[in-house]
Design a protein around this ligand. Structure first.
Ligand code: AMP
Length: 218
């Protein structure tokens, strides 16, 4: 299974990627998580990425493409992968195509997660994240068991700097300008499957499983 999850920030790609990775035993490659980890570890790459991320802007293509190539080279991707948050520009999509072709691989499917803009803003502004294990919660829809504490690892939850109002607006604008053209790009290549992602996590997972069922055994 080699799939890309496409959609605006806040549509639930990360949550579903996590579940698909567990269910189908494929690698989840989330560029947002990889970049946040680099920032947390204060690596050179993390320091370069931080100011772009805090403002809700895209990290330069070369940085992100390098990260993904490294992960794809990793053996754990052999059984398949789900890419969450990558590609986000046409040039990233082209580089991904080249990297896969060089390994005689191709994408099976690109899932386009669809949620209204209003819901996306509500989901992002109420999101609380664990800086340690990256688990996410929501102040109304997915409350942690203890207020402000990660259910999974006990760390204090935070609001990501890019989940604050100003950064949300920038991220949605960046999505419209730089990422939305990928819908057409992958539709032209007959790879796109839309999924209504407005419902509860379990409901969306069911839709998604139907779309991905043909690709689970290779
Ligand atoms: P996410 O968790 O996917 O919303 O990503 C958080 C932030 O990481 C984004 O707002 C960007 O600053 C950066 N980022 C993640 N993936 C990419 C990508 N494919 N290209 C450029 N920047 C990215």
């Amino acid at each position: 299974m080699r799939v890309v999850f496409l959609g605006a920030p806040g549509v639930g790609k990360g949550t579903q990627a996590e579940r698909i990775a567990v269910q189908y035993r494929v690698a989840k490659i989330s560029t947002g998580d990889l970049l946040r980890e680099a920032v947390r570890m204060r690596t050179a790459l993390g320091l370069e990425a931080k100011s772009f991320m805090d403002q809700g802007k895209l990290v330069p293509d070369a940085v992100v493409i390098g990260l993904v190539q490294e992960k794809l080279a990793d053996l754990s991707c052999a059984a398949g992968f789900v890419l969450d948050g990558f590609p986000r520009t046409v040039s990233q999509a082209e580089e991904l195509g080249k990297a896969l072709a060089s390994k005689a691989m191709a994408l099976d499917r690109v899932v386009n997660f669809q949620v209204s803009r209003e819901d996306v803003v509500r989901r992002l502004s109420g999101r609380r994240s664990c800086p340690k294990c990256q688990a996410t919660f929501h102040v109304d829809f997915a409350k942690p068991k203890a207020d402000g504490v990660c259910d999974r690892c006990g760390e204090s939850l935070v609001q990501r700097s890019d989940d604050q109002r100003g950064a949300i607006e920038t991220r949605l604008k960046v999505y419209d300008e730089q990422t939305a053209p990928l819908v057409r790009y992958y539709d032209d290549r007959k790879l796109l499957s839309p999924v209504d992602a407005s419902g509860a996590v379990d409901v969306v997972f069911q839709h998604l499983s139907q779309v991905l069922a043909p690709y689970q055994m290779r």
